[in-house]
Design a protein around this ligand. Structure first.
Ligand code: UD1
Ligand code: CA
Length: 454
């Protein structure tokens, strides 16, 4: 049996007041559509289709950036979820069974999809709706049951006062027998409170419908407004931290901590307040991250301290201490035992084991050996206004305070630069280089100066 998935992503999301399509609004810095696509890829459908509409180019760009291999169908006018599904009639015809998902309900997961498909097959249903009981059903379609069977889904706007009391709601995720769905779609009418073609009306038209009630109410949560989006962020945020605590990660407080669901953190690591950890980040054991750190797409080893650090697409090996107030820009590798202090920026550079960069330093496009000492205020001048060049610093070199290294340039192993030197030529190993003018001393200057003034 072939299974296809149709993700509805065409809506404008008027209540969100955004220039972007609603499905690109983010939960934990990941567009809601990304969450749905992750669940879909984990499930493993034969084919996937995405219905675009409002902000089509942005949605297509997002799919392309993720390298998604999906069919896209464009819905010219946003006439409702039923009309959106209609755009994929050809796709539906090519599948035995299709799953329809809302692009604005990010917490649907592969496990629920698997279990509900099993249920759908076993009950020989023509349509199975994934539902859940939730505390505040406002805005959701209500599940009207007839015993085990599902007789209808009533949209909030169309509910009678009695129906409004129902707490079992439609998640916006369904399994349809393709043939029956194609039979129902042309029969939909927009004769309802919203004046839209509701996909939910297919349930009554098709008949032989069942509800698969999930015991996890989160899977139904969708966001139509900024307030709902904040609630989704908050619940996802807490869930990620709870999972990490189960894995031995330590939190003194959850204040201001945002961690993407993909992030992996080892046991005995403590995350301090106002720390944001995003993307494909892996952090080892027994680290202290934060306070006030932003770590994105980084690999961090064990026993690392990152205090008030911003780090992007970089690697930090074991036993490193960085901060406070330091930035690692993309392409940086910090080797074992390195110490980096305050107001240091490092970009696209490799910093060798046990090197110390204590304060006020910029290192860009550089290869630094082990055991190097950077005095306060060293700068690699890696850019001449047109091109960027690399700087090489050999093991155990000692850079005096305020050394400028004008790239391309090499400092040999064990070499020393005198404080305040601007190094323009390669420095041989084991040497001392002083590139600064001789002092000119004018004796008794103060006395003469005062006399002239009189
Ligand atoms: C829908 C369901 C409701 C369910 C809820 C769960 C209908 C009629 N109602 O309501 O029963 O409880 O989801 O979250 O389906 N979309 C299009 N084209 C359109 C309209 C919408 O592609 O013309 C897309 C939207 O981008 C969105 C999804 O379909 O991703 C759901 O649309 P939305 O308007 O948010 O439906 P709800 O009112 O939330
Ligand atoms: Ca919605």
């Amino acid at each position: 049996m072939t299974t296809g998935c149709i993700i509805l992503a065409g809506g404008a999301g008027k209540r969100m007041l955004s220039d972007r399509p609603k499905v690109l609004c983010e939960v934990l810095k990941k567009p809601m559509l990304g969450w749905v696509l992750d669940a879909v890829s984990e499930f493993g459908f034969d084919e996937v289709a995405v219905i675009t509409g409002f902000g089509r180019e942005q949605t297509e760009q997002f799919l392309e950036n993720r390298g998604e291999i999906v069919h896209t169908y464009f819905q010219g006018q946003q006439l409702g979820t039923g009309d959106a599904v209609k755009q994929a009639a050809e796709f539906i015809g090519a599948m035995d069974c299709v799953c329809v998902l809302n692009g604005d309900a990010p917490f649907i997961d592969a496990k629920t999809l698997r279990r509900s498909l099993e249920f759908h097959k076993q009950s020989r249903a023509s349509v199975t709706v994934i539902t859940a009981d939730i505390a505040n059903p406002d805005g959701y379609g209500r599940i009207i049951r007839d015993g085990d069977r599902l007789s209808a889904i009533r949209e909030h706007k169309d509910c009678s006062p009695d129906e409004l009391e129902i707490c079992e709601v439609n998640s916006g995720a369904y399994w349809f027998n393709s043939e029956r769905l194609l039979y129902a779609l042309p029969q939909l009418s927009a004769n309802n409170a919203a004046g839209e073609f509701y996909l939910t009306d297919c349930v009554e038209i098709i008949g032989n419908a069942f509800a698969f009630k999930s015991d996890n109410p989160d899977i139904v949560l969708g966001a139509n407004t900024r307030k709902a989006l904040l609630e989704l962020n908050e619940s996802a945020r807490i869930r990620v931290m709870e999972r990490l605590m189960d894995e031995g990660v330590n939190f003194l407080s959850t204040d201001g901590i945002i961690i993407s669901p993909e992030v992996k953190i080892g046991c005995d690591t403590t995350i301090l307040p106002n720390t944001i950890i995003l993307g494909n980040t892996v952090i080892g054991k027994n680290c202290e991250i934060g306070a006030n750190s932003h770590i994105e797409d980084c690999t961090v080893g064990d026993n690392v301290i990152l205090n008030n650090v911003q780090a992007y697409s970089s690697t930090v090996e074991d036993n490193v201490k960085i901060g406070p107030f330091a930035q690692l820009r993309p392409g940086t590798v910090i080797r074992k035992g390195v110490k980096i202090g305050d107001f240091v920026e490092i970009k696209n550079s490799d910093i060798g084991e046990n090197t110390a960069v204590a304060h006020l330093t910029y290192i860009g496009d550089s290869d630094v050996g082990r055991g190097v000492n950077f005095g306060c205020g060293c700068v690699t001048a890696n850019y001449d206004g047109i091109n960027k060049y690399r700087t090489e610093i050999g093991a155990n070199a000692f850079l005096g305070c305020n050394t400028n290294l004008i790239a391309p340039v090499k400092v040999g192993e064990n070499a020393t630069t005198a404080a305040g030197s601007t190094i323009t030529k390669d420095v041989p190993p084991n040497s001392l280089v002083v590139e600064r003018s001789q002092p000119k001393v004018i004796e008794n200057w103060q006395k003469n100066f005062k006399r002239k003034k009189k």
